[in-house]
Design a protein around this ligand. Structure first.
Ligand code: SF4
Length: 447
């Protein structure tokens, strides 16, 4: 078999695409290798969300150029958002790349690789194509937890974002295809799925007949053998009372919700074209906490968006304190060519962005540590997913609220089991716990 090496940058959507590409190529006699030097084909799955992410890709391509010079038969491909958006730049800055293809061409990857190999000329495929459900996965993919794409694209047009240009308009996969994929994953040992979409809570409105995410969650919940369901990324604009009720009522849906805020200032939210205000966001948080009191909340925040004043920034700090998030992903605003915000004239100097980012992280660390501390002494449900990274004598898993837990359970429980454990120590990035119940006991008492 020929050897494939995949390098993935960016979001879960990219991780998912990389897995699918590896699965599809396996059917064409490519097996995955961890070694770049051994590979006959290297695919770089790229992210265009920030300038830094793009520069990382070009620097990696620079390294791979030397490898290709030593091994001219190596096929080098670039896929993902940068391939879609920066095809000309990729061709200019890295002319030794053989193959460039966008997300719509993932299902044709084997054919494209064949063309690049046999025709020995640059192959480019970044056009639109019908939505195809690809379920192939490589044997090395995580068996216990899996991503399932339920929709592609986004029609929100936030002024800072390139996604509507890289992933196209919203297109949902039919619920039957999603349920069939989940059933297949469960048959292979999967216990937890994360349903993926750029605006996942807008799922289904483009289908005939239309459906929605709550209905899909109920259908996925009925898959026997599946223990947990997560979904991401939600947009506050599409967060309906039905959706909040589903968080409460669908038993396998975890008490974890990622709801990007981006800014705590109404003025900035308007300039970002986010479609909600700070007050509306807080109403949603209140409704979520009323429905699911234990819910863990995470968010994305952008620091130093064009025109952000000190008062706007302080409004964001206030929101972090007020909402009391469990996790925050903070990013300095990065101008993306072709987006409306890139042309705004009141850009914030990098030094101010860096200072605000540092101040934001101080607040975030304090707030998230206080949220984590509440778990001390509590009994949590853990889905066991492997051996602890730091200690091979311990097992590791995740709580329903998505925290990593390490505990001593070797020989008593197995990967894929759902158990209960009492939290004995809260560490900055994980929990330590003592096993309280075997898998059978956990089944009786889990919700
Ligand atoms: S909703 Fe998300 S994916 Fe869509 S444009 Fe806004 S930030 Fe980008």
């Amino acid at each position: 078999m020929a050897k494939l090496h995949v390098i993935t940058y960016g979001c879960q959507m990219n991780e998912y695409d990389s897995e699918r590409v590896a699965g599809l190529l396996r059917e064409h006699r490519y097996e995955l290798t961890d070694s770049e030097a051994d590979a006959d084909l290297i695919l770089v799955n790229t992210c265009a969300i920030r300038e830094k992410a793009e520069e990382k890709v070009f620097s990696k391509l620079g390294e791979l150029r030397a490898l290709k010079a030593r091994k001219p038969e190596l096929v080098l491909g670039v896929m993902g958002c940068m391939a879609q958006l920066q095809q000309t730049t990729v061709q200019k800055r890295a002319p030794y790349v053989d193959l460039v293809f966008g997300s719509a061409a993932v299902s044709r990857v084997a054919e494209l690789v064949d063309r690049a190999r046999t025709e020995r000329r640059h192959v480019l495929d970044t056009g639109e194509a019908p939505l195809v459900k690809i379920t192939a996965r490589p044997p090395s993919a995580d068996r216990v937890r899996a991503y399932v794409t339920v929709m592609e694209g986004c029609e929100k047009h936030c002024t800072f974002c390139v996604v509507p240009r890289t992933r196209g308009r919203e297109r949902s996969h039919p619920p039957e295809a999603i349920v069939a994929e989940v059933r297949g994953l469960v048959a292979e040992g999967c216990r937890e799925v994360t349903l993926l979409g750029q605006t996942v809570n807008a799922y289904g409105r483009d289908l005939t007949p239309p459906t929605d995410l709550p209905e899909l969650l109920e259908r996925v919940n009925d898959v026997e053998g599946l223990a947990r369901i997560r979904f991401t990324t939600s947009n506050p604009y599409n967060l309906t009372p039905r959706m909040i009720a589903a968080m409460r009522d669908v038993p396998k849906v975890c008490e974890w919700f990622h709801l990007p805020l981006q800014s705590g200032s109404d003025r900035v939210l308007e300039r970002m074209n986010r479609g909600y205000t700070r007050a509306r966001y807080l109403e949603l948080i209140t409704a979520l906490r009323e429905a699911v009191p234990d819910i863990a909340l995470s968010t994305d925040l952008i620091v130093g968006f064009a025109g952000e004043t000190e008062a706007d920034f302080e409004a964001t700090l206030e929101m972090v304190e007020h909402v009391a998030y469990d996790n925050v992903f903070a990013f300095r605003y990065s101008r993306r060519p072709g987006t409306p915000a890139a042309d705004m004239t009141d850009q914030i100097p990098e030094a101010i962005k860096a200072d605000r980012n540092r101040r934001l992280l101080e607040v975030v660390h304090r707030v998230t540590a206080a949220r984590a501390a509440r778990l001390a002494g509590q009994v949590v449900e853990v889905l066991v997913d492997g051996v602890s990274r730091r200690n091979a004598g311990e097992l590791s898993g995740r709580t329903r609220c998505n925290r990593v837990v390490n505990f001593d359970g070797l020989g008593r429980v197995r990967v894929g089991d759902v158990v209960h454990a009492r939290v004995t120590e809260v560490l900055p990035h994980s929990l330590r716990a003592a096993l309280q119940s075997t898998p059978e006991e956990a089944v009786c008492s889990s919700r």
